[in-house]
Design a protein around this ligand. Sequence first.
Ligand code: MRU
Length: 358
Amino acid sequence: MKIANTHYEGIWLDTNRKLWVIDQRLLPFEFKTLEIKTLDEAVFAIKEMIVRGAPLIGVTAAYGMYLATLESLDSLKIAAQKLKDSRPTAVDLAKTVDRILQKVSASNTSISDLVLAEAETIKNETLDQCKKIGEHGLKLIEDIYNTNGHKTVNILTHCNAGWLATVDYGTATSPIYLAHEKGIPIHVWVDETRPRNQGAALTTYELGQEEIPHTLIADNTGGHLMQHKLVDLIIVGTDRTTRKGDVANKIGTYLKALAAFDNQIPFYVAAPSSSIDFSICNGLKEIPIEERDENEVKYMKGLSAEGIQEILICPENTNAVNYGFDVTPARLISGLITERGICKANEKSILSLFPEYA
Ligand code: MRU
């Protein structure tokens, strides 16, 4: 997607095999690319959310494994564990790391080349999944447009499940970009998404660069908009979806799903298979929920005349708790938009698209 009319991806290797990412901590105020040179730098980038979003974390971890092969580590398993420990909820990370370990153990060719090739494959698969999610999700938007008298389609999204969270296109945003390209009038309600404000800082930035009409809202506004019929469709991303269709996504997603259910508004999850954990059934019991530093709740980051700054928003000694994700039960979800089509959020329907996991 575009930044100031130049095409970027969320992560890329340059012609000298150097790995680059966009430092998402500085957006939307400063655009800076960052070279990731070592395994530890890859771990740091994931932990500190220089890169973020389930698919991008997965691809970064894959390249992190490649960087590890260039270092004198006793075993790639140590690298794999370091990466897995960096963020626990998004399953893409663990899946890509395990996939690379498996590939390495089954081969005796040069490890670096092999791991790099697999990382490139994972990146291309991510790209492809996001593109196809756009094509399938577009049909939902077209249906609404064709039944609402060709009026603007109002879509609400939470957090950032855009191209910055993937490699390109995004997941939740992919159908939106495609609909916009096709000339369907779209307006996006963007949840600010406290505490890290991925909606306010990143989704607005992306949509602005692509000239898609959007409005930033405080996290608590969605329910009111839904009651007043100002939302036609909700599309969010996922960090881990169980084989029965429960979805862990950025904290606050569950509350939007409850409000959508109460107001009969379609609530869809853009779910690439990379984010589906076919080994678990019960999201509430089995998905580890990341707890992050309480200071992310107690402080807010923004731009002042002195530059990018963090300010305290409560008495300094206040206790705070910072759960990164929540679980939306399958019963509140209208459907999952996957790269193989749209299915219901239940085991039978998911497995009808992914029979290899039956
Ligand atoms: O903590 P983050 O910013 O990594 O969380 C991101 C989300 O929750 C996204 O909605 C999810 O990863 C899907 S990204 C396509």
